[in-house]
Structure formats: C-alpha cells, structure tokens
Design a protein around this ligand. Sequence first.
Ligand code: SF4
Length: 330
Amino acid sequence: MVTVTLAQRKSAVLTPSGLACLAGIPTINLTAGCAHGCLYCYSQGYSCYPGPGRVVVYANTLEKLKSELTRKRKRPQAVYFSPASDLFQPVPEVLELAYVILEYLLTQGIGVAFLSKGRIPERHMKLLRSKADMIRAQIGLVTLDANVAARFEPGAPPPVDRMAQIRSLRAGGIRTQVRLDPILPGLTDDGEPLDGLLAALAQAGVDCIAASTLFLRPALANALKAALTEVECRNLLAHFKPSGRLAIHAENSTVTALPPDHRRQILTRVADVARRHGILVKVCACKNPDLPSQCCGIAGDWPANGPQAIQHPLFPDIERTRHDPADSTE
Ligand code: SF4
C-alpha cells in the first residue's frame, strides 16, 4: 500500500548532474520516493526521501519545465530521468505526469533517457516507439529469480515482465541497455542465477549491460535489516567484512563497499560469463573509482556528448572489439 501526496515543486525541474556521463544532460525527478520500494534503493538515504511506502508527486513539473525551457538560451539535447525515482512506478498520478512530460519533451525535440524497473503502459510505449531515435532506455534487472526479486524489489514487476519489456522496446527500435545494479553478493553474483540471466539477455538481443555491486549506507542497511530475516541479512552483510569506506563520484558521497578484491572478482566473473554470451559489460566508474572501470553510459550516447571516454578498461579485449557508439544498443 502506497501513500501518494501531490506537492508543488519549488526548486528547478532541470537539474545539472555532477556525473561525467551526464555532462550536458540535466536530470528530472518526477517524485520523491518510489512505489517500487527496492530494499537496496540508494535514494533511501536522501534528505527528500519521504519514507517507505510514500511517494510525493511534483504535480507542477510540466508548468515549471515549460517555463524553464522558454527561458533557456541553449536547450538541452536530452534529459535523463533520475534513477532516484522511477517514471514508470505503478502510481496513476506518476504515470500520467510521466506521459505529459515525455510528450512535451519529445515534441520539443528533446531526447529522453531513463532507467526503469517499472511496467511501461501501452500508451507510453506507443509514444516512445513513435520517437524511437530520441529515446535511450535502460531497464534495471538484477535477477531472473522471481523470489529474490520479490524480496528485494517488492513493488516492481517480476523479472519475466521486464524481460518482455526489453524485447518490446528493442522491437520498437529503441536503444535499450540493461543495468545489472546492484549485483547482490552471494545471491546473484555467480552460478546459474548469473549465467541464466545473461543467457536470457543475450537471447533477447541485448549485447551490452552496465554493472555494479551493492554498496551500503546507514538508511539502506536499516531497510535490509527491517525487511529480511536475521539469517538472510547476516549472510548478505557478511560479504562486507572487512568493511571499507569508499568515496564514490555518485552524489560525491562515502559508502560502505565490498572490499576491492571482492568487487573486482565479482565484476570480472560477470564480464567473463557475459562475454561467453556475447555481451559487453561496462563497469560503473562513478561507483568504482578505485577499480579499472569506465563510463557506464547511464544516459546513452548522444551526438553532442562526443565519444564517451573509456579509461583503463577492465576488459580491454571486449572494449576494443565491441565498443562502438553506433551499435544498436548502448
Ligand atoms: S525502482 Fe529505482 S528508484 Fe524505485 S525503489 Fe527501486 S531502485 Fe529505488
């Protein structure tokens, strides 16, 4: 059960991001809080987080957006719907707002990039397909295991639906990347869960994914403790010992991360399994500044971005042979 509150946004709608991969691409949040209620959601630590089961919808977003764009001398080429809330969360007010904002941006010639775990309604899908070349989609999918997904993403549609959605987006000519983030240590980082997911993605035509492992913040650790059994929680948190603090570029904050060797081991394994299925893995540099990593292309490639800089590729052989901004997927 989700409590929805309509609010008037006071701050600007278009927010510049400090992330290198979002240079020149402002972000938009339609809500504070998200009905998907993922236990690992990083936004639980944000000051605007309204609490579990609560969603605040910024009802005046369209009016403010229009006025901001009218005043801008240089309009952005694209905007990114921030992953701190999901524009396709199952709340009618959010879906309606998402539709009118998407429609407005696209009619203004402004491209749209988004990351979602939600179910895209047919009406929205039709709109996205009608402007396929102006859309960069990322679908968040960390497992195919319906039980694990239900445990960690209680309000999001099951993995099988998201797989169908990936196929549908791709069939509509929309560049669609998958985000395997966070990889849950001990649960989704090895064996059949990992191999099965990557095999299914390859079968759906996905040839590139972005990946990163779980990290913790106090609010997130508390959410895990509140929702999981003691044993589940202990098993998951045991991977963080010895715990290490890591300053990440994402939100310029410090988090508790898996030890670097463990993270490297997991990400290398993911890349190896992915390679066997013909999938390129981009490791998110903002969350792994201490590891060889690269721009994970969170908002996709846009011509004005120029080629996305790739530094110290973790998997140089794949990078050389597979990275091509003109690929059909990001
Ligand atoms: S879908 Fe994204 S924004 Fe929504 S709760 Fe899950 S992780 Fe957070």
